[in-house]
Design a protein around this ligand. Structure first.
Ligand SMILES: [Zn+2]
Ligand SMILES: [Zn+2]
Length: 212
C-alpha cells in the first residue's frame, strides 16, 4: 500500500491541487500547499495532536504554494502552532514575506535527515524540486512537477514507490507516452507506480493499469 495519501492529484487547472500527506512519529507532513489545499486540510486534521506540522514545498507555482501562507497563519493564530516549512526554493522566504506571513509563525528548513531534494527541469520561470525520502523503511521518490526524469535516473532503481508527475500532453510535465518503457521496467522490479498531477485521468490510468 502506498505510503502517501493524496488530498488531490489534479493538474494545475483541475479541481484539487496535487498534494499528499503522511504521519510519522507524531508529526504531520503535508507535501505542497496549493490554492485548494487549505480548504482540504482545515477540518480534516486535529492539528493540536501533532508534535510538529511540516509543509514540504516543491516549488512556488500557485497550485503548489497558493495557500501556504494561509495555512501557516491559520495554524499560528488558531492553534498557536509554529509551522516547519521544508523547501529548497530560492524565493521561499521572500514569498512568505510578501504574503504577510509573520516570521515568528514558521521556520524554514532546507532539508531533513531522511529527505533529499532533487532539482527538476520544470519551467524556466522558477526553480522546482522533487525528493527522495525514507519513510518507515520505504524509499519513496516524489518527482514534484518535472518535464522529464533525467535528474532522478540515478535513484530510480533503488526505490519502493514512485510518485510521478504525468501528463497526456507533456510540455512542463512528463508526457506519459514517452516513459512507458521506463515505467514497465520499474514495475517489473516490484516498484509501485503512483501517477499524480494528472490532466486526463482516464487516459493516464488506462496506461498505468496496463503496464506489464
Ligand atoms: Zn503543478
Ligand atoms: Zn509547477
Amino acid at each position: 500500500m502506498a505510503t502517501l495519501t493524496f488530498l488531490g492529484n489534479d493538474s494545475g487547472f483541475g479541481l484539487k491541487n496535487n498534494s499528499a500527506y503522511f504521519e510519522k512519529d507524531n508529526e504531520l507532513f503535508i507535501i505542497d500547499c496549493g490554492f485548494t489545499v487549505f480548504n482540504e486540510v482545515k477540518n480534516k486534521f486535529d492539528f493540536s495532536k501533532y508534535k510538529c506540522i511540516n509543509l514540504i514545498i516543491t516549488h512556488l507555482h500557485n497550485d503548489h504554494a497558493g495557500s501556504l501562507s494561509q495555512l501557516i497563519l491559520y495554524l499560528w493564530f488558531i492553534y498557536k502552532i509554529k509551522t516547519t516549512v521544508i523547501s529548497n526554493c530560492v524565493h521561499i522566504k521572500e514569498y512568505l514575506d510578501i504574503t504577510g506571513t509573520p516570521p515568528e509563525s514558521y521556520e524554514i528548513k532546507k532539508d531533513l535527515e531522511n529527505l533529499k531534494f532533487i532539482k527538476t527541469q520544470h519551467t524556466n520561470y522558477l526553480d522546482a524540486y522533487g525528493f527522495i525520502m525514507d519513510i518507515d523503511n520505504n524509499k519513496i521518490l516524489y518527482t514534484g512537477d518535472t518535464a522529464n526524469l533525467d535528474s532522478f535516473n540515478p535513484y530510480l532503481d533503488n526505490i519502493n514507490e514512485l510518485y510521478i508527475d504525468v501528463s497526456k500532453f507533456g510540455g512542463a510535465h512528463i508526457k506519459i507516452d514517452d516513459i512507458l518503457d521506463t515505467l514497465k521496467r520499474l514495475k517489473s522490479k516490484g516498484i509501485e507506480i503512483i501517477p499524480m498531477h494528472m490532466d486526463d485521468k482516464e487516459y493516464i490510468m488506462k496506461l498505468i493499469d496496463n503496464l506489464y
